[in-house]
Design a protein around this ligand. Structure first.
Ligand code: SIN
Ligand code: MN
Length: 283
């Protein structure tokens, strides 16, 4: 059974540092199910897209806006994640999108320093009242390009983003000054751990030169009271139907090949607001 919502002391840690890790948010059976389903999922693979990282590598991901009734949807809608996001954001949340970050062994690309709100701001989202839950599908280590964060950087507010390779990243002159002042944290995680992080937290990750894949599923939530003022390639307020944590294993009883059915994949080639210069590949 998933671990349940994060404690109040963890919410406080989130507000101080801009992130908090929930160790063992999902148990071995639940995360094993997600890993097998995702890695055998041809649809997920076929809907993945990549963009140059400006360092000779390519990042790869699949992204979808509405959680649906699939196994992926059960993770995004489960009480453990949604109740935690509601504690963090101080009220009702809705699903902004989910994505699978596929950082494959040997070839997985790097992510430039960025804040997610650097992009979401352009989608008519007025406040940085969003948080992401990144779930370790595989073990995440320094060797296979785990997430790195600058602890406390969410207090800086939004930083301008500029294009590097195919990725728009945070203004590096400013980031280098921030690096001198704030601790860099490598978020090494075991499968089933989840990290909740603030939309203005500066984060990046290295290429994966190791023999081990590093896949993560990231579920992003926006506060219901922060409904974007205009249409963009991610949804405006749409009520989120929570499910119990038990729904994850129940969904696992269905065939893995059903995992991707009814997923409305985002295709950046077809969606002009997603393919504009201002968007990051994971946006
Ligand atoms: C990562 O998981 O390495 C970063 C992905 C993201 O920023 O969405
Ligand atoms: Mn990001």
């Amino acid at each position: 059974m998933a671990s349940g919502p994060i404690y109040d002391s963890m919410v406080q840690e989130y507000h101080e540092n801009g992130f908090v890790v929930a160790k063992g948010a999902f148990n071995a059976e639940e995360i094993g199910l997600l890993r097998r389903a995702a890695k055998e999922d041809r649809e997920l693979d076929q809907h993945s897209y990549g963009r140059s990282d400006g360092e000779g590598g390519t990042v790869r991901l699949s992204l979808w806006n509405h959680p649906g009734d699939t196994l992926y949807g059960m993770f995004a809608r489960c009480a453990t994640l949604v109740n935690s996001a509601e504690k963090i954001l101080g009220g009702e949340v809705y699903h902004y999108h989910s994505k699978m970050i596929m950082k494959d062994a040997k070839v997985g690309g790097a992510w430039a320093w960025h804040q997610d709100y650097g992009y979401w701001y352009r989608n008519g989202v007025l406040y940085p009242l969003l948080c992401s839950a990144s779930i370790a599908v595989d073990a995440a280590t320094r060797e296979n390009g785990c997430l790195q964060v600058l602890s406390g950087s969410h207090h800086l507010g939004r930083i301008d983003h500029v294009l590097t390779g195919d990725q728009a990243g945070a203004d590096l002159e400013r980031v280098h000054e921030v690096e001198k002042r704030l601790p860099l944290v490598y978020l090494e995680m075991d499968p089933g751990d989840a990290v909740f992080f603030h939309a203005n937290l500066l984060h990046r990750s290295d290429q994966n030169r190791s023999d081990h894949p590093r896949w993560s599923m990231i579920c992003c939530y926006n506060a219901a009271r922060n409904d974007p003022y205009k249409e963009a390639h991610h949804p405006r307020y749409t009520p989120l139907s929570k499910v119990s944590d038990a729904a994850i294993l129940e969904a696992g009883l269905r065939r893995f090949s059903d995992a991707a059915s009814n997923v409305a994949w985002l295709d950046p080639k077809k969606d002009s607001s997603a393919s504009s210069l201002a968007q990051q590949p994971a946006d």
